[in-house]
Design a protein around this ligand. Structure first.
Ligand code: RIB
Length: 303
C-alpha cells in the first residue's frame, strides 16, 4: 500500500459563514459558525488517507480540548498519530471567514505548531518508510528544511506546498522534488503573474511544479517535458477552504501509485472539486471511491 508521511500543522478552524467578508472597521452579521479540524498538514494527511494511502502525521497539537479533538479527527480518518506530539499550551487555530461565493480569508495562530522546531526521535525512521513526504509552511521553517533534507537523503520524494506564501530558502528548494503553489504563491515566489511563466521560472529551482489555478484547473511543468494543463470540473463551490490541500493529498497518492501525470492531475482535480462542494476543511474531503466515480464521470464526459 502507498505510504505517505506528512510533516505539518494541525489547527482547529473557527469558521464564520457570512454573505460577504467585513471591510476594515466594519461589523457584519454572519449566518453560521462551525469548528472544523483543519491545518494544512492535517488536511493533506486526511486527504491522502481518504484517497487510499497509509498515512502518518508528524507535528503537534496543544494540551487542550482542541488538541484532543484534532488528534481524534485524524485517527477517525485512519491517520497514524503515534509521532504527533502533544505540546504544552494551546493548539493552533485558524480564524476563517467564508463568503457566499465560497471564498475565504484566514488568520492562523500557530499555537502548538510553533513548538515543532526539529525532528524528534523516530521521525527519521518513519520518513524512511514513506513513498512521499508532504510539507507546507505552517511549521517553523527550520523543521520544514530539516524534514525535506532528511527525506531527500533517504531517497523519499518531497512534495512542498509553499503556503502561507513566504520567501523560500535555497536549501529548501534544493531538497524539493515537487512544488505545488497556487497561482498567487507562484507569483509571490517568482514575481511573474503568468502561471506558465512562473512555473518555467520555478523549474530552475525544482524538477517538477504544479501550479493550481482554482476553478481554472492546474498546470504541470517538469524539466525537459511539455507542460500539461488540466481543467477543473465545473461545480458550484460552497467553501473552497482546503481545496488545495485535498488536491495535494490526492495527487501524492496518485503519483505514488505511478499513474501517468495527466491522469494523476485529473484524479486530484476531481478530489478538489468534490471538496469545494462541501463545507469545512477536513470534513469536506472525499473518499477514494467518490474520487474514482467523479473522475470516471469526467473521463466519460470528455470521451
Ligand atoms: O489550507 C486550509 C487550511 O489553512 C485551513 O484548514 C486552516 O487551518 C489553515 O491552516
Amino acid at each position: 500500500m502507498t505510504s505517505i508521511v506528512v510533516l505539518g500543522s494541525t489547527n482547529m478552524d473557527l469558521v464564520a459563514y457570512v454573505g460577504r467578508a467585513p471591510a476594515r472597521g466594519e461589523t457584519v452579521t454572519g449566518r453560521d459558525f462551525r469548528t472544523v479540524p483543519g491545518g494544512k498538514g492535517a488536511n493533506q494527511a486526511v486527504a491522502a488517507a481518504r484517497a487510499g494511502a497509509e498515512v502518518s502525521m508528524i507535528g503537534a497539537v496543544g494540551a487542550d480540548d482542541f488538541g484532543t479533538r484534532l488528534r481524534a479527527a485524524l485517527e477517525h480518518s485512519g491517520v497514524d498519530t503515534d509521532l504527533l506530539r502533544t505540546a504544552e499550551g494551546p493548539s493552533g487555530t485558524a480564524h476563517i471567514v467564508v463568503d457566499d461565493e465560497g471564498g475565504n480569508a484566514i488568520v492562523v495562530i500557530p499555537g502548538a505548531n510553533g513548538t515543532v522546531t526539529s525532528l524528534d526521535h523516530g521521525d527519521e525512521a518513519l520518513i524512511a518508510t514513506a513513498d512521499a513526504l508532504l510539507l507546507q509552511l505552517e511549521l517553523p521553517l527550520p523543521v520544514v528544511v530539516e524534514g525535506a533534507r532528511t527525506a531527500r537523503g533517504l531517497g523519499v520524494r518531497t512534495v512542498l506546498t509553499p503556503a502561507p506564501a513566504r520567501p523560500l530558502p535555497p536549501e529548501l528548494l534544493a531538497a524539493t522534488d515537487l512544488l505545488v503553489p497556487n497561482e498567487h504563491e507562484a507569483a509571490a515566489l517568482t514575481g511573474l503573474t503568468d502561471p506558465a511563466a512562473a512555473a518555467q521560472a520555478l523549474l530552475k529551482e525544482v524538477p517538477e511544479v504544479v501550479v493550481t489555478l482554482g476553478a481554472a484547473g492546474c498546470l504541470y511543468a517538469a524539466r525537459g517535458a511539455e507542460p500539461v494543463t488540466v481543467p477543473a470540473p465545473r461545480v458550484q463551490a460552497v467553501d473552497t477552504t482546503a481545496a488545495g490541500d485535498t488536491f495535494v493529498g490526492a495527487l501524492a497518492v496518485a503519483l505514488a501509485e505511478e499513474r501517468p501525470v495527466p491522469r494523476a492531475l485529473a484524479w486530484a482535480s476531481a478530489a478538489a472539486a468534490l471538496s469545494v462542494q462541501r463545507p469545512g476543511a477536513s470534513t469536506s474531503m472525499p473518499y477514494r471511491s467518490e474520487i474514482d466515480t467523479a473522475a470516471a464521470g469526467l473521463e466519460a464526459g470528455s470521451a
